[in-house]
Design a protein around this ligand. Structure first.
Ligand SMILES: [Zn+2]
Ligand SMILES: [Zn+2]
Ligand SMILES: [Zn+2]
Ligand SMILES: [Zn+2]
Length: 225
């Protein structure tokens, strides 16, 4: 995973593409999003917090969420597990202050913990860990645009991994190559077909998640709602 192209993603309101940093600015200005916000009238107003979460190892995986201030870290944990992490029900925790920082209880309200400048660390699985950094991006006072505690506003496009044999777009990943041979392990359908390794199972389908290749994680990497 040495190649590190600029990670881009799509705004879920207008469909336009931006890099990770530009997306935060775009969402504040997106006219499609403003239209949806203006149309939302039935829910009680509260503090709504725009968060950007990214994987701690390179940040090529990222999502922008709008979260109800009254929701809790438990809701965020549930969301991160569903979209990125869940393999076999490992423990997880949020902390503040980076590595070895202070643990923040899951029942903590979002509007109590996320204030400007705050970044939390989320660790899933203390064996083969996946680390996610979640930073405050913006806040607005208003009505949530969905009935759920979280609205997905943007997500990185799937990284375009190349087959290590032929440089065509890869669709599958061989774990044995990664773990035993220090190879990228990315394969196109054709080269996955006759790939010789089975020690860690057959090559698996690539999904849009930073946990791919860890602890047998195989997706589906879909948002829970
Ligand atoms: Zn937009
Ligand atoms: Zn697991
Ligand atoms: Zn190939
Ligand atoms: Zn292999």
């Amino acid at each position: 995973m040495s190649r590190q192209p600029q990670s881009r993603g799509q705004c879920r309101y207008c469909g336009k593409e931006f890099a990770k940093g530009g997306m935060i600015k775009h969402l504040a200005a997106c006219t499609e999003r403003q239209t949806i916000i203006a149309k939302t009238t039935r829910r009680p107003a509260e503090k709504l917090i725009h968060l950007q979460a990214r994987d701690a190892y390179g940040g090529r995986y990222w999502i922008n969420l709008e979260m109800n201030g009254s929701a809790t870290l438990k809701d965020l944990d549930h969301y991160l597990r569903a979209i990125w992490l869940e393999c076999c029900g490992h423990m997880s925790q949020f902390s503040i202050g980076g590595w070895g920082g202070e643990e923040i209880p899951m029942k903590t309200r979002i509007d109590r913990v996320f204030t400007p400048e705050v970044e939390l660390t989320h660790i899933y699985d203390f064996g083969t860990e996946s680390v996610t950094l979640i930073k405050f991006a913006a806040v607005r006072e208003g009505q949530p645009t969905t009935r759920h505690p979280i609205a997905l506003m943007a997500r990185n496009a799937p990284p375009d991994f190349k087959c290590m044999e032929c440089d065509q777009p890869a669709t599958q990943l061989c774990i044995e190559c990664q773990v035993e041979d220090d190879q990228p392990g990315f394969l196109c359908d054709e080269h996955a077909e006759d790939h010789p390794h089975t020690g860690y199972g057959e090559p698996m389908l690539i999904v849009n998640s930073p946990r791919i290749g860890l602890c047998g994680y195989c997706g589906p990497a879909e948002p829970p709602y």
